[in-house]
Design a protein around this ligand. Structure first.
Ligand code: NAD
Length: 261
């Protein structure tokens, strides 16, 4: 095992699927003590993560009391918190007039409110450890809002704003706050659910690829491992002066209109 993060304690929300799971495995493989929470039970993934020494807790991040309890209990048992990855997220492909109040609440509470209160719970522990790194998994939609999912776009734009605001206010305590803004990532439940809305799966994948110049060039979508590696970079001392940024992993999708395929 790599020892890059040995002695460091990392927490990841929504850690038993997709990007969260890949991130948990990547940080663990580099020596971190890793704790994940999720609200869904996934027996196979949980067994695989536990076999790597990753601890799993049941927690719905929309319940900020339960979220704080989980973070405080890890800090108490492990003695410190160094890395927090606010990863839990849900999508909503629906237009403004059709969105119900409970759908709005579910998306905003999961993608935005939970990240804010997880930061609030983790920051005092990071302060005690002499600093820390918070990484918010935002989205391409956090850089450029999209027509098809306004509430999701709003939640991720606000998460990018949260990242900048907390980066400013927490810097005296050497706590860095950054965001990652991926384009469509394969191997995630969120993107599979979106693809399932299209009658022609292969054509929908092609459309995702066509929207990003680098995805076009390589003929593939972004992988969960590529996002996890960027989390590892942002959590590492190599990124000691990197704070408040939003790193796009989208093959240039957010730059503008891609070349015609
Ligand atoms: P995913 O659906 O595979 O993983 C999301 C995880 O969050 C799941 O494990 C899910 O159970 C968990 N989760 C959702 N609501 C929760 C809650 N209330 N409490 C606890 N856990 C909860 O999809 P993913 O792509 O790995 O999603 C991770 C993050 O990446 C999300 O924030 C998502 O918005 C973001 N993202 C994904 C893509 C993509 O293309 N997949 C692109 C940009 C951003």
């Amino acid at each position: 095992m790599d020892t890059q993060f040995e002695g460091q304690v990392a927490l990841i929300t929504g850690g038993t699927s997709g990007i969260g799971r890949a991130t948990a495995e990547a940080l663990r493989a580099r020596g971190a003590e890793v704790h994940v929470c999720d609200f869904k039970a996934r027996a196979e993934a949980e067994l695989a993560l536990q076999a790597q020494g990753i601890s799993i807790s049941q927690c719905d991040v929309r319940d900020v009391t339960a979220l704080k309890l989980w973070i405080d209990s890890v800090a108490q048992s492990s003695g410190r918190i160094d890395i927090l990855v606010n990863n839990a997220g849900i999508g909503l492909v629906k237009q403004c007039p059709d969105v119900t109040e409970s759908e709005w609440d579910a998306v905003i509470d999961t993608n935005l409110k939970a990240a804010f209160f997880a930061c609030g719970a983790a920051i005092p522990h990071m302060r005690q450890s002499g600093g820390g790194s918070i990484i918010n998994i935002a989205s391409n939609a956090g850089l450029l809002p999209r027509a098809h999912d306004p509430v999701y776009s709003i939640s991720k734009l606000a998460l990018v704003g949260l990242t900048k605001s907390l980066a400013l206010s927490q810097s005296p305590d050497r706590i860095r706050v950054n965001a990652i803004c991926p384009g469509p990532v394969k191997g995630t439940e969120i993107i599979e659910a979106e693809l399932a809305l299209h009658p022609d799966y292969a054509a929908a994948v092609k459309r995702f690829i066509a929207a990003s110049p680098m995805a076009q060039a390589y003929g593939r979508m972004i992988t969960i491992e590529e996002v996890a590696q960027t989390v590892c970079y942002l959590a590492s001392p190599a990124a000691q002066f990197v704070t408040g940024t939003s790193i796009a992993i989208d093959g240039g999708k957010s730059l503008g209109v891609p070349p015609v395929a």
